[in-house]
Design a protein around this ligand. Structure first.
Ligand SMILES: [Zn+2]
Length: 167
């Protein structure tokens, strides 16, 4: 109990409306939300992953590239990186804690100064590039634009699609 962890991921489809803050273009989209969780209880992990996937729908549409002007909304880059900054900062805190630990003799002052950076860097270098590469590569594939001209038919199709995938 508590020793075994299950990594679970879930995907959730949803309808979101994109509004471009650069060119005022607005369009409906079918979005794929991706969520993952790491827990010892498989059922709880699956539930948590599904919740994360639903939250991810908003992230995905916020990061979408505008179909009209081909640019992302202001702040999209920051929103994308924020999660990774939050992931790296605990490592940084660990490094600071180690650096302040009184066990260290004074002649390793340079090591002490570098420890926070080393810890944060190690954490960042091991996991973040893989995560970023995976998510960035899939970012634009996760948003499917619904054509405006056939929007009534498309929204019915979308409603059916969402109803089919949601349980
Ligand atoms: Zn635009």
């Amino acid at each position: 109990m508590g020793l075994f962890f299950v990594v679970t991921s879930a995907t959730t489809p949803g309808a979101r409306r994109f509004t471009c803050r650069r060119c005022d273009h607005a369009q409906d989209a079918e979005v794929q939300g991706i969520g993952a969780s790491l827990m010892s209880d498989p059922d709880a992990a699956q539930r948590r992953a599904r919740i994360a996937a639903r939250l991810d729908l908003d992230h995905a549409i916020a990061l979408a590239r505008c179909p009209a002007c081909k640019r992302r909304n202001p702040g999209a880059w920051f929103r994308f990186w924020r999660g990774y900054i939050m992931y790296v900062s605990p490592w940084f805190v660990v490094g600071v804690a180690l650096a302040l630990y009184p066990m260290w003799p004074d002649d390793v002052a340079l090591v002490r100064c570098l420890l926070p950076v080393l810890c944060a860097g190690t954490g960042a270098l091991t996991v973040v590039p893989v995560m970023v590469r995976h998510r960035w590569a899939n970012l634009d594939r996760r948003v499917r634009w619904v054509d405006e001209e056939s929007s009534s038919g498309a929204s019915q199709r979308l409603a059916r699609w969402v109803a089919f995938h949601r349980r």
